[in-house]
Unconditional design. Structure first.
Length: 130
């Protein structure tokens, strides 16, 4: 997952620019809301005491850094996105009421174009409204 961090960081240039773009992306999301198709029920990052879906926030930050109107999503999973934010010093959450994902196990195995992803989950949890 370190390769993911380095790959995405290259898009921004350095950590300071990445952090600034993340704050700008949070403002953009506050003004435009999260599209229904991009809402998360599980993975979040905290920015200025607000929670944002990790993958969508990172996609918006990349989009804003490129100053492009066409969104090129980063090839990533939610845990990679969370780890990216953690490496920059942000707090990430796995189902906010349950705490962080430090002990979360992730297994990925590629077979051609298919990807097997295994995530732990708990029953009876209701997602927060963002």
């Amino acid at each position: 997952m370190k390769n993911h961090f380095e790959t995405v960081l290259k898009i921004f240039g350095n950590e300071t620019i990445a952090k600034n773009m993340i704050y700008d992306a949070a403002v953009y999301i506050d003004e435009n809301e999260v599209p229904v198709s991009r809402k998360s029920k599980i993975y979040f990052v905290e920015v200025d005491s607000k929670l944002y879906p990790t993958k969508y926030l990172l996609d918006v930050a990349v989009l804003l850094s490129k100053k492009s109107k066409v969104s090129d999503r980063i090839d990533q999973n939610s845990i990679e996105a969370n780890r990216f934010f953690e490496n920059l010093g942000f707090i990430t959450l796995y189902k906010p009421e349950l705490g962080d994902i430090q002990d979360e196990e992730y297994v990925s195995e590629k077979e051609g174009n298919q990807v097997l992803k295994i995530h732990k989950s708990r029953v009876g949890w209701a997602p927060p409204t963002i």
